[in-house]
Design a protein around this ligand. Structure first.
Ligand SMILES: [Zn+2]
Length: 314
C-alpha cells in the first residue's frame, strides 16, 4: 500500500497490484476525517487504518462508499465511530451478489477439479473474509450530497447505474480531485455489474467535464484526464466490436476471442473482456440494466478466455 498526498489534507491510499480485489481508498483530513472506501477484508482494512492513523489520530468521523462491491466496503465495520454515507442503491445492494462466507468457502477450493474454480480460489489467496459483517451506509442520498469539511467542499455525485446501480464519485472542486470509485479502472480491464454502457460513458464524461488534475481510480494508479479518456475509448470500442459480432450471429465467447485488444492488451485481467461483451449483448437484446448475471458461468468463461489469450500470446 502506498500513501500519496494529492492535495493539502487530501490523500490517496493506492494498492500497486491491479489484480482481483486490490482497490484504492482516500482520506480527507478535515472535520474529523472523511475516508473514501475500505478494503475487501479486515486485515487489509486494518493495515489501511494503520496508514491513516498518523494523519488522523482519532477515529474518522465519516466514511463514504463509492459503491457496494465488497472490495470497497467489507471493512466498514472497523469504522465504528463513523457516519457511513452512500447512495441508496449502494446500501440496498449490500450482500446481494456475494457473501463473505461464500467467498471464504470458494477461497478454500484450490484443489477443485474444476480448473476455473481452482484458479478463482488461487486468486483469492491474499484475502481472508473471516469475521466480515456487512455494514451498509446509513446516511443515504439519491442524487447529490455536498459536505463542507471545515472549508473543504466535498461533492458526492450519483453517476450510476454505470459500474453498479449505486455508483458515486467524490469531487473536491477547489483541490481539483475526483475519487472515481470503479467508474474508473486504470491500466486494468474494467468489469461492470448492474448498469449500462450509455450511463458509464456519461459518468466518465462527467469526470472529464469536472476537469480534475488528479483522478483516483477504484483500481490502478493515479491519473489525470487521460485515465477517464482511455477507459471511455475502451468501452466505446468494445461495445462497437460486440455489436459487429452480435450482428454476425456469433456467441459472446466467439466475439471475445476475435476482438483484437490492441492498445488495451497490456491492461491486467484482459479476460474481463467477456464480461463487457456480455453486457453489450444484453443491451442489444433489449434486456434491463439490472438483469441477473450468472457470475459463475462468466467466471468459467473468463478462465477459458484467459487460457486462449495466453496461448495466442505465445
Ligand atoms: Zn472494485
Amino acid at each position: 500500500m502506498e500513501l500519496r498526498e494529492i492535495a493539502v489534507d487530501v490523500y490517496a491510499c493506492l494498492t500497486p497490484d491491479r489484480g482481483l480485489g486490490w482497490s484504492n481508498s482516500g482520506l480527507v483530513r478535515r472535520a474529523g476525517g472523511l475516508v473514501i472506501d475500505t478494503f475487501w477484508d479486515l486485515p487489509h482494512t486494518r493495515a489501511l487504518m494503520d496508514l491513516y492513523r498518523p494523519l488522523l489520530p482519532a477515529p474518522a468521523r465519516r466514511l463514504v462508499n463509492t459503491h457496494h462491491n465488497g472490495d470497497h466496503c467489507w471493512g466498514n465495520q472497523l469504522f465504528r465511530e463513523a457516519e457511513i454515507i452512500g447512495h441508496r442503491r449502494c446500501a440496498e445492494a449490500f450482500g446481494k451478489d456475494s457473501s463473505p462466507e461464500g467467498l471464504q468457502m470458494l477461497r478454500a477450493a484450490v484443489d477443485s477439479a474444476d480448473p476455473a474454480i481452482a484458479a478463482f480460489a488461487a486468486a483469492l489467496a491474499d484475502w481472508d473474509f473471516t469475521g466480515v459483517e456487512l455494514t451498509p451506509p446509513t446516511t443515504v442520498f439519491d442524487d447529490r450530497l455536498d459536505l463542507d469539511l471545515e472549508g473543504v467542499r466535498v461533492e458526492l455525485r450519483y453517476v450510476g447505474p454505470a459500474h453498479t446501480a449505486g455508483d458515486v464519485i467524490v469531487h473536491l472542486p477547489a483541490q481539483r480531485v475526483v475519487f472515481a470509485g470503479d467508474v474508473l479502472f486504470r491500466l486494468c480491464t474494467p468489469i461492470g455489474w448492474e448498469g449500462t454502457y450509455a450511463q458509464w460513458l456519461t459518468a466518465l464524461d462527467t469526470i472529464i467535464d469536472l476537469a480534475p488534475e488528479v483522478v483516483v481510480p477504484g483500481h490502478g494508479p493515479l491519473s489525470g484526464l487521460e485515465g477517464p479518456r482511455e477507459m471511455r475509448a475502451y468501452l466505446v470500442y468494445v461495445r462497437e466490436e460486440s455489436r459487429r459480432h452480435f450482428e454476425a450471429g456469433r456467441s459472446e465467447m466467439e466475439a471475445a476471442k476475435r476482438i483484437d485488444l490492441g492498445p488495451y492488451a497490456g491492461w491486467t485481467e484482459p479476460e474481463r473482456l467477456l464480461f463487457n461483451v456480455e453486457r453489450a449483448y444484453r443491451e442489444l437484446r433489449g434486456m434491463p440494466y439490472d438483469a441477473p448475471i450468472d457470475a459463475l458461468a462468466t467466471f468459467r468463461g473468463m478462465h477459458e478466455l484467459r487460457t486462449h489469450l495466453a496461448a495466442r500470446a505465445r
